[in-house]
Every structure is written in structure tokens, then in C-alpha cells.
Design a protein around this ligand. Structure first.
Ligand code: FES
Ligand SMILES: [Fe+2]
Length: 338
């Protein structure tokens, strides 16, 4: 499936930018589903997003500046508000601006410390993560980087309990546990829920982070997939520690995704430094990245095109749900060969 060829993906929310990168007056650009967008803060301080192409002579608005809460084109100074309406043309008298002077505007809001954008009529809300506003939890921003792979590969990897033994050899993978002890799957309207128990190892840094004096433990995982490309992994440890990873593979284009990851923990900085938490998760994600960037980004939704095993159940259900979604909105799967 080629995500830029499936218009339905424009109808979901994606966390495109950490909000702290959006300083006053400095627009930012991002490529979402193959389209360049410009993001800035409006007069109220709220993030705004429109197509990064001026309707006059097509210059990139992100090279301009923010004036009176509007984005001002770097070429001839036309200004556009968050609805994409042209509010000022320096070469025209006030009141003479044609309503056709307009650029496409997108849904844009802030949540969990990120700017979320939806390029169409949203099909569902931004994933609800109650721990993000729970005083017992702290939110640690972790990664914001481009991976050369498809979002679906990242999503199914999160739910793949067979890969840690082989991929996470320097972090938590255990040779004694090539399969999980438990796998339970439940479908929801806009995703899936998955419960699993897996024996893992703990290297020194992780033993310190988890306050565990053993190099072996059991991970009890509750995972949620939010269509299309957000995964939440909630890991409970025997000592009561909860570590929640929220990871979105924002679709930049067919072959690349912006990995946006933060975590939530019910401990404090005095217990474990954020830096140490990030350091362990860094090693884990780099192990995944090395493999995922070798996979084919044109992921076939037709399950007869790849081979499968028992632990692939979540990935198979993801494919089925994508196919059902395409069908429900009159689309057919677009691939390199179609
Ligand atoms: S190209 Fe934007 S104002 Fe002319
Ligand atoms: Fe992994």
C-alpha cells in the first residue's frame, strides 16, 4: 500500500511537530502524506497549518514570517490566516482582496506537547492518553526523527512479540523466550487492543532504571493501536512501575515516516533520570530502525503476498482493518504494481 495514493489517510490526526520547536514568529515546515505544509502560531498562540504554497506565484510560505498572527509570503508579502484566507495584499487597497486568494487550510491543534494536524474531515479524534494529564505520571519526550520505512511496518513491529529475541539482543530480548506466554487480541472501531506477557532480560542500565536487582523479568504488556499509525505500549513491571510508550509513525511520503515518540512513567526524576530512560529506549529503537529500514515500504495488505506465523496476528488484523477502511470509503489498495 502506498499511503500517498490513499486519500483516506488525510482524514486522521498526526503529531507533526514538538510544540517547543514553534517559537513565536518562526514558521516551520513539514511534509505530510507527500504535501508540504507550513505551521506557525496565530495571534492567540495556537498552532495553525496551511499548504506551504502561496496561491499567487507558488512560493513556499515557510520562508516568510509571521505578522499579526498570519503567515506572510516571502515573495510579495501576501498574508494568510489560519483558515487560509488572504488577509492582506500590500499591493492592493483594503477591501479589494478577492475571496479566491486562498490557500488550503488544515485542522491543527496542540496535544501532549505536539502540534497535531489533520488534512481533511477527521474520521476520529486524537488518541486519548489519560496518563498524559495524570499528576502521577510524567511525560518524557523521546524521539523526533525520520525513518526510511512505512508506518505499518513500525506499527506491526510494536505488536510483534517474536522479534525481541533476535532484534533486541543488546537491550531486552531473551533467547529463552522466542514466543510470548500470552497473546490476547481485541478489535475496536479504530484500532486494536493487545495483551501479552513476555520473558525478557535486563541489562545493567535497565536494572537501574527499573530498580530491579535481577537480569530477568516478565513484561506484562497492554498495547493499543490507534489507526492508522499510533501505537501505545503500556508495560507493567512486578514492582509497580508503569512505563508507557506512545509512538506515531507520521507518514511523510510512501517510503518514509517521522517517528514521534514520548513516554509516560509513574515514577519521578529522583527515581530515574529522564536521560537514562531515553538512553535505554534509544538503544531499543535503534535496534528496530536497523531492521525496519530494510523492509519493503509498499506493505501488501493482501495477506497472501507475505508469509505469516502465529505471532503475526496483530499485523494481520491491522492489514484487514486497513482493507476494510479502504473499502468503506470506496478506495482500492494502491501498490507499485497496481
Ligand atoms: S508568491 Fe506569495 S505573494 Fe507572491
Ligand atoms: Fe522492537
Amino acid at each position: 500500500m502506498l499511503v500517498t495514493k490513499q486519500p483516506i489517510f488525510k482524514r486522521f490526526w498526526y503529531p507533526v511537530l514538538p510544540i517547543n520547536l514553534l517559537t513565536d514568529g518562526n514558521p516551520q515546515q513539514f511534509t505530510l502524506l507527500g504535501e508540504k505544509i507550513v505551521i506557525w502560531r496565530d495571534a492567540q498562540g495556537n498552532p495553525a497549518a496551511v499548504k506551504n504554497r502561496c496561491c499567487h506565484r507558488s512560493a513556499e510560505l515557510s520562508l516568510g514570517k509571521v505578522t499579526d498572527g498570519c503567515i506572510q509570503c516571502p515573495y510579495h508579502g501576501w498574508r494568510f490566516d489560519r483558515m487560509g484566507n488572504c488577509t492582506h495584499v500590500p499591493q492592493l487597497q483594503a477591501g479589494m482582496i478577492s475571496p479566491s486568494y486562498k490557500v488550503s487550510a488544515y485542522g491543527c491543534t496542540e496535544r501532549y506537547g505536539y502540534v497535531w494536524v489533520c488534512m481533511g474531515e477527521p474520521l476520529c479524534d486524537i488518541p486519548n492518553i489519560p496518563e498524559a494529564t495524570d499528576a502521577n505520571y510524567r511525560l518524557i519526550p523521546e524521539f523526533y526523527e525520520t525513518w526510511k520505512c512505512a508506518g505499518l511496518r513500525v506499527m506491526e513491529n510494536e505488536f510483534d512479540t517474536a522479534h525481541p529475541t533476535f532484534v533486541h539482543t543488546t537491550t531486552f530480548g531473551s533467547e529463552e523466550h522466542p514466543t510470548p506466554d500470552r497473546m490476547e487480541l481485541q478489535e475496536s472501531e479504530w484500532g486494536i487492543e493487545f495483551w501479552s506477557t513476555l520473558g525478557v532480560t535486563n541489562p545493567q542500565l535497565q536494572q537501574e532504571n527499573l530498580k530491579l536487582a535481577t537480569n530477568k523479568t516478565v513484561r506484562t504488556m497492554h498495547m493499543t493501536w490507534y489507526m492508522p499509525f499510533t501505537a501505545q505500549l503500556r508495560i507493567g513491571y512486578p514492582n509497580g512501575l508503569v512505563h508507557i510508550v506512545v509512538n506515531t509513525a507520521v507518514p511523510i511520503d510512501d517510503s518514509s515516516s517521522q517517528i514521534v515518540q514520548f513516554c509516560l512513567r509513574n515514577d519521578t526524576e529522583a527515581d530515574t533520570k529522564a536521560e537514562s530512560v531515553i538512553s535505554f529506549d534509544r538503544a531499543v529503537t535503534l535496534e528496530d530502525k536497523a531492521i525496519l529500514e530494510t523492509t519493503d515500504f509498499d506493505v501488501p495488505l493482501d495477506i497472501s503476498k507475505e508469509q505469516h506465523m502465529m505471532t503475526d496476528k496483530p499485523g494481520i488484523l491491522m492489514r484487514r482493518k486497513f482493507l476494510a477502511l479502504l473499502r468503506a470509503y470506496g478506495e482500492v489498495e494502491q501498490t507499485h504494481s497496481s
